[in-house]
Write a protein that binds this ligand. Structure first.
Ligand code: FUC
Length: 767
């Protein structure tokens, strides 16, 4: 067991957001830890309901010109009225991600706890992040009982192991249930199978529950697996769906059979080895004082409670940070679907926002830690799924806008929905796919994978550009405008009082397209392809409306300085250029950076940052603005206002993006590399005077370890994957003396420029 544990002195009762998540990217469970009745809420990433028809709307293209005209003549309310009627997908809703159901483990009355008040001694429930195992332990009647649960990625099964230090004491039943559309059946004394479907058109699934008892005897009990008098029990759960064309029953049975044959010890050893190989890449140590050590002895819920009451707990931040990495490993692994609004963990048939793929901030935020937190392979499900939307999005581009290329709006699903969904006020936003392309480029920057750039990234980036080259229209000033569109989910007021949602060329779109065109151009240059396209992209980029500062010194969110009905709106979309984009920076564009800061402060003054992801985004923004105190305050806001006792982000309700955004934000406070330099400790808060981090990743594929004491950097090492010319910058108050492992370096006070050699450790010497 490691120090990195969430732990509690009581079970989750029946509260799902107190239960603890385990997962392998595809298969997941929430573990409740009740003594006499364990509950595993089960999930499989591909269990989604589905629409029965193509949602592209042929009426849309006919009305495009008219909607644009209304917008350009200052009539946004009429534009939206018409757009809602004519330009939205049909149907304009998508179908939900659904729970797989529940597996109950019920013990014989009196066997593991007394039947009266159910008091047990020494109860502890935990989730060990480093081994990827949840567990509970307690004492009853002179015996110690323990239950451990993990989801193996190598063997693709949930494994439950129940033990007792006295022989013959385990008696239990296991059974399955789902709120709708499923049934179960015993297919042998040790095998329970369940089958279901997500609504009439959704995926079909099949699960196998195999029970292996050490000693003990089988007893019949209706439709339940039952064993009595066992020394130990192992339960193996497999599941498969027809999403990828498999025959679910056959697939699930084969997976379970293989796991049973392998046996518990090898399942466990392979799981832990696989998990640690990824998890152990990064360490973060922020807690150093005596007081920190005392806090570490408290259960996680106690610690969180203290923070919510105004306390500080650097150790809890370490845990919260690593929990973000743990959740990404658990909800997005090669060949799974991408992490949705709840990762993979969902107890409902109709979860909030369908637990879908939201592309106007949420799914992107899920992947912010992927590269910097050294889990690059967890990024790949996003790209595989993007191939589907890039394919389907061509049809939407043609049908809705009569454009080439591909488009994706603000919501999607595993079937690759790309139309304008929900309502025009949030759905008629054509830039979701373009934003996702940023992830392709980032993955290339971190990995340097040329084949990925050529075969996966570039074709999609090019297709997204093709769409916008057709979609943008010229205004009388010669600018290229993007619309109908919106500054995601926000609205504005015209001088006559009219409130508009739709608009032409919101700042965010201009920023996203500037980055898309620039990256695609660079990619084409690197690949030495598409010379004419490069010219067109360069020309179009120069005609996109520039970032502008308003009369009040804030960065403008729209083309004009409109009134703001919701000045504290949770979306802060025009900050895209600051983060995750890189066109606004302290060093290169200080005026715009100041304007961005004013905008953020304005939003906060009016109650912004009130959802988990919104606070997490602002945390990243302040880190980029080199504002450690404000960044740290946002982190405290997240823990105080938006965190459940199992450390899940609370939008509210539970939404996983805040966990991922804050995990990335903590790194952004310690290490940045978006601006052509590797910057060490750019936003170190006073709350973490002494600490160290190892295994963080910087562009262009550099692994960074660093340490600091009393607020000052004390050392750093850098190891690049490839030979590269690097610039490393240290905070004021420190001076670089030299760097090892290279003869070619130039020191310039706070920065050193040097030729890094692949695989060689370069150590900074500081004064
Ligand atoms: C967007 C946000 C909401 C929520 C939803 C899933 O609509 O504005 O806050 O995160 O996505």
């Amino acid at each position: 067991m490691s120090d990195l544990q969430l732990w509690y002195e009581q079970s989750a009762k029946w509260n799902w957001t107190s239960a603890l998540p385990v997962g392998n990217g595809s298969l997941g469970a929430m573990v409740f830890g009740q003594v006499d009745r364990e509950l595993l809420h089960l999930n499989l990433d591909s269990l989604w309901a589905r629409q029965s028809q193509d949602a592209n709307n042929p009426a849309a293209a006919e009305h495009l010109a008219q909607v644009r005209l209304l917008l350009m003549s200052g009539r946004p309310a009429e534009a939206m009225y018409l757009a809602n009627a004519t330009m939205m997908a049909t149907p304009h809703r998508i179908q939900p991600y659904q729970t797989m159901g529940m597996l109950w483990i019920e013990h014989e009355p009196g066997s593991v706890c007394s039947t009266g008040d159910r008091a047990v001694v020494g109860y502890r429930r935990w989730l060990d992040l480093a081994t990827g195992m949840a567990g509970v332990r307690w004492k009853h009647d002179g015996a110690t009982f323990e239950r451990q649960v993990f989801v193996s990625a190598p063997d693709n099964v949930v494994v439950v192991r129940m033990t007792c230090d006295k022989p013959g004491r385990i008696g239990m039943m296991a059974f399955y249930e789902r709120p709708a559309d499923a049934g179960d059946k015993l297919t042998g004394p040790d095998t329970l199978e369940f089958t279901g479907q997500c609504g009439a058109f959704g995926t079909r699934f099949h699960g196998c529950v195999r029970l292996i008892a050490d000693k003990g005897r089988w007893v019949s009990a209706g439709n339940r697996l039952r064993v009595r008098g066992a020394d130990a029990v192992t339960i193996i759960i497999s599941a498969a769906s027809d999403y990828r064309g498999d025959e679910p029953a056959k697939a699930a049975r084969a997976i379970a059979r293989r796991a049973v044959r392998k046996g518990y010890d090898r399942l466990l050893a392979d799981h832990v080895a696989d998990h640690r190989a990824m998890f152990d890449r990064v360490s973060l140590k922020l807690a150093h004082t005596k007081a920190d050590k005392a806090l570490a002895k408290l259960p996680t819920d106690e610690r969180l409670k203290r923070v919510k009451e105004g306390g500080e707990d650097a150790g809890l931040v370490e845990l919260y940070f690593q929990f973000g990495r743990y959740l990404l490993m658990g909800s997005s692994r090669p060949d799974t679907l991408p992490a949705n609004l709840q990762g993979i963990w969902n107890q409902a048939l109709t979860p909030p926002w369908n637990s879908d793929f939201h592309t106007n901030i949420n799914i992107q935020m899920n992947y912010w830690p992927a590269e910097v937190a050294n889990l690059s392979e967890c990024h790949t499900p996003l790209f595989n799924w993007m191939k589907l939307i890039a394919h389907n999005g061509r049809r939407t581009a043609k049908t809705h806008y009569n454009c080439r290329g591909w488009v994706c709006h603000h919501i999607s699903d595993p079937w690759g929905f790309t139309g304008p969904g929900d309502n025009a006020s949030c759905g008629l936003w054509p830039t979701g796919g373009a934003w996702l392309c940023d992830h392709l480029w980032e993955h290339y920057l971190f990995t340097g994978d040329q084949a990925f750039l050529r075969d996966t990234a570039y074709p999609m980036m090019r297709g997204a550009c093709e769409f916008f080259l057709d979609y943008l229209i010229e205004d009388e000033q010669g600018r290229l405008l993007c619309g109908p569109s919106m500054s995601p989910e926000n609205n504005y007021r015209l001088p006559d009082g009219t409130v508009g949602h739709l608009c032409m060329s919101p700042t965010m779109d201009n920023q996203i397209l500037r980055e898309l065109f620039t990256h695609t151009l660079e990619a084409a240059e690197l690949l030495n392809v598409d010379a004419p396209m490069r010219k067109r992209l360069a020309a179009a980029r120069d005609r996109l409306p520039a970032n502008r500062v308003g009369r009040d010194g804030r960065l403008m969110e729209w083309l004009e300085e409109y009134g703001e009905p919701e000045p504290g709106h949770r979306h802060i979309s025009h900050m895209f250029g600051l983060h995750p984009g890189s066109q606004i920076s302290m060093r290169r564009t200080p005026k715009l950076a100041q304007a961005a800061k004013r905008s953020l402060l304005g939003r906060l003054k009016h109650g912004g940052g009130h959802t988990g992801w919104s606070a997490a985004w602002i945390l990243n923004h302040f880190a980029r603005l080199h504002e450690p105190r404000r960044a740290y305050e946002m982190l405290q806001v997240l823990l105080r206002r938006s965190t459940h006792i199992n450390l899940f982000d609370d939008h509210p309700p539970f939404q996983i993006d805040g966990n991922f955004g804050s995990c990335a934000g903590i790194i952004e406070m310690l290490l940045q590399s978006h601006d052509g330099e590797i910057e060490l400790l750019p936003a170190l808060p006073d709350a973490w005077p002494t600490g160290s981090a190892a295994g963080l990743r910087a562009r262009p594929g550099v692994t960074v370890d660093l340490a600091w004491k009393t607020g000052k950097l004390t050392g750093a090492t850098l190891v690049g994957d490839r030979n590269a010319q690097l610039v490393v910058r240290v905070p004021k108050g420190r001076r670089i003396v030299s760097i090892s492992g290279t003869t070619a370096h130039r020191v310039d006070a706070q920065a050193v420029t040097f030729a890094a050699t692949a695989g060689v450790m370069h150590t900074l010497k500081l004064a």
